[in-house]
Structure formats: C-alpha cells, structure tokens
Design a protein around this ligand. Structure first.
Ligand code: FEO
Length: 389
C-alpha cells in the first residue's frame, strides 16, 4: 500500500503484516497485524511518528521515497515493533532527532544503541511546533511499557495513541468505522496487552476524554474515525464492573475432570450464569484472555499429574495471574489418582487475583454422587454471588 492521507499533510505510512502469526513469541495473531507510522508535514518542520518492525523497514522506506527531510522522529514506545527501524531512519536522515519521554530515552539507548545526542526528551504536556501544526505530548505510562506516551495534534484533532486502542488486525481498511471485526480484535488486544495495567488505563482515559479529537490513530490496526466508539468500549472493559459470566479453564486426562466440568457447566447454566468453557490442550490464549475481560468467576479444572496440576493448567493459571483480570470469585475442581497437592499449588500461582475462593471440589477417581452434590453447591454459591453483583 502507498502512504494514505488522514487529513491535510498528515499521512499514514505504516506496514501491514498479513502473515505474522505470533507476537512476542507468545500472543497468537490469527489475523496478522500492522505497524502504523505517521508523517506530519508542518509549514516549518516535519515529524515522523514511530517507525515499523525492522522486518518491514523497506515498506517504510518506500513510503518515505519522496520525503527529503525529517526534523523529528517521535518515538511513543521503545518496543521494537515501533522503534526497531529508528536506527535506519536516523542513518538516512542525518538531521532527525528522536523525541521521546525520559524513560524511553534510556530504553532506546539500551535496546537499540541510539546515540544520546540524537535524542530530545519531552515532559508531560510539552509541545513541539512544526509551524502551522503542533504536537502535544502526554505521558501515558504502561500503555504497554513504562516509558510510553501519546501525542495530540490539536489543529487537526488527531490523537496518536501508541499501543493504546490498538488491534492486531491486518486489513486494507484505513478506518475502523464500527466494524465488529475491529471491535473483536481490539478487545482481544486489550485483554492481552492492556488488561494488566487496567487501573492506570482508567486514569489515562479520564485525561484523554478532556481532549477533542476526530481521529484516534493507534500504532496497530485501523484508525478510529468514530473515536467515541473505542473510548467507550475501553471505559467498559477497564471499569470495575463484572458480568454474570464464569470461565471454566480445564484439562482432563481420563474423563473424570471433564465429567465434573460438564456437570458444573450445566448446573451454572440452569441457574442463569453464562459459562465459557476452555479446554487447555489446544487453547487460543487470546480467546481465553478475552473471556477474562468481563467474567466475574474463574473455575480451574485439573487432573493431578506428579502430585500437582497438569502443566497446561499451570501455564494458563500463571497467565491469568499475570493478566490481572477483574475477577471477583474463583474455584478449583478436578480428579486425582491417589493423592494431590493441586489446590495448594494453584492457590500459590494466583497472588495477583484478588478473588474470593468459593470452593474446591476434588474427587479420587470417578466423580461420585457426593461429588455432583458438591458441584451443585458450588454452582449455587457462584449464582448467588453473581445475582448480587
Ligand atoms: Fe506494539 Fe508494545 O508494542
């Protein structure tokens, strides 16, 4: 694709990565992604906002073919998918200075070896004049890493939002409109990238609501031309509200834990609780993370392997703990052969989850009548708590 104009002398110059399937060697990318760079031409100066993943730097250089001068290279975020091509841009544009937060300066020097004398740091609220256009920088730490900022172009009412509001979505569409596919990708992205920093995101959203913008131009995915749509969605996802939903994440070796999970699922559904069930032998962790955005309860189901939880349960529980969803309740169920420390080990894995544990139901071998009775009690306890939400 060629550079695309958002408004007068403001252009998208990103790269669409249709074929990438994994991010950070962890996050599945079922729909690819994009790395959005933007070029702003003021009457006196020019600014390139971010670069692209170094694997796609030739795409950026094609966009820049007719750009003779870059005065400022704004780096909102030091992660390599946006900063990785900065050294090549600095090499070609000898006059360009990198503009970033003080924290980003250190990270860019450490991660990319940028020379100190090519970096200009900006404080929260500081502005940079390009002549008839101005960039105002707002520090927004932890919209993925601690050094991040966003920038605002008041003359054109554009917010360049860094990873915030992003979506891992390869598409030929420049604008998001109200496309449900973008909503799905943005929610998945929020779950995987932003959810651990939910409390800080709440504060950033309040600060950004004070600005007037017609476009939000994130670092990944389409540009929001109806920006209230995504800001409202974020306000909902990042809020303290939880839904009448339970997530059951489980694995079963010989069918006993599966039988318990299915019984509990039916018991919850009969009591009006929506349940999302994830079998962990081949789970899309992005979908599991998305389910945790709104859920009130997490039920972990595991057989016992070598005295503790199944390794896949161990891994999913560790991930849920790292993502810090706003869960209120949890429970552990499962079957074991002759002895188990599964409950103790799972409990030690979730210090970040501020949950009330509503029950543990374990059985030796096949579930019996008393197992199903205990699962009925657990379902009743979950439904009662959810009814009071
Ligand atoms: Fe898109 Fe945190 O990098």
């Amino acid at each position: 694709m060629k550079p695309r104009e958002i408004c007068e002398r403001v252009q998208w110059m990103g790269a669409v990565d249709w074929n990438r399937r994994l991010f950070d060697s962890l996050i599945p990318l079922p729909d690819g992604t994009s790395y959005n760079a933007y070029f702003v031409q003021g009457s006196d100066k020019t600014a390139l906002l971010d670069t692209v993943d170094p694997a796609m730097q030739e795409v950026l250089f094609r966009h820049l073919a007719n750009v003779e001068r870059i005065d400022y290279l704004v780096s909102h975020h030091a992660e390599q998918d946006h900063s990785g091509s900065i050294p090549f841009v600095l090499q070609r544009y000898g006059e360009a200075r990198v503009v970033c937060t003080p924290k980003a300066r250190t990270l860019l020097m450490e991660h990319l070896g940028l020379p100190d004398d090519r970096i200009l740091t900006v404080e929260d609220g500081e502005t940079l004049s390009l002549g008839d256009k101005t960039l105002r920088f707002l520090h927004t730490p932890w919209v993925h890493w601690p050094e991040t900022m966003v920038s605002y172009l008041p003359e054109d009412r554009v917010l360049f939002s860094c990873d915030l509001f992003g979506s891992h979505l390869a598409t030929s569409q420049l604008y998001a409109g109200r496309d449900p596919a973008v909503y799905e990708a943005a929610k998945r992205y929020y779950a995987e990238i932003m959810m651990p920093f939910r409390k800080m995101i709440q504060n950033h959203l309040k600060k950004l609501r004070e600005l007037e913008f017609d476009w939000i131009a994130p670092s990944h995915g389409p540009i929001y031309d109806q920006p209230d749509w995504i800001v409202s969605a974020y306000e909902d996802w990042a809020s303290d509200r939880v839904a009448n939903q339970a997530v059951i994440a489980y694995i079963s070796m010989h069918g006993s834990t599966e039988a318990m999970v299915n019984y509990l699922l039916d018991a919850l559904a009969e009591r009006g609780v929506r349940v999302q069930k994830f079998e962990l032998s081949a789970v899309d962790i992005g979908k599991l993370a998305m389910a945790l955005v709104d859920a009130a309860t997490l039920v972990i189901g595991t057989p016992t392997v070598h005295g503790g939880p199944h390794p896949n349960v161990f891994s999913a529980t560790h991930l849920a703990n790292a993502l810090r969803p706003k869960l209120r309740y949890a429970a552990i169920i499962g079957s074991y052969g002759w002895g188990t420390k599964a409950v103790e080990q799972i409990s030690s894995l979730i210090p970040n989850l501020k949950v009330e544990v509503l029950g543990t139901v374990l059985c030796k071998g096949l579930p019996q009548a008393e197992t199903f009775s205990a699962l009925d009690d657990l379902a009743a306890a979950i439904a009662e708590r959810h009814a009071a939400l």
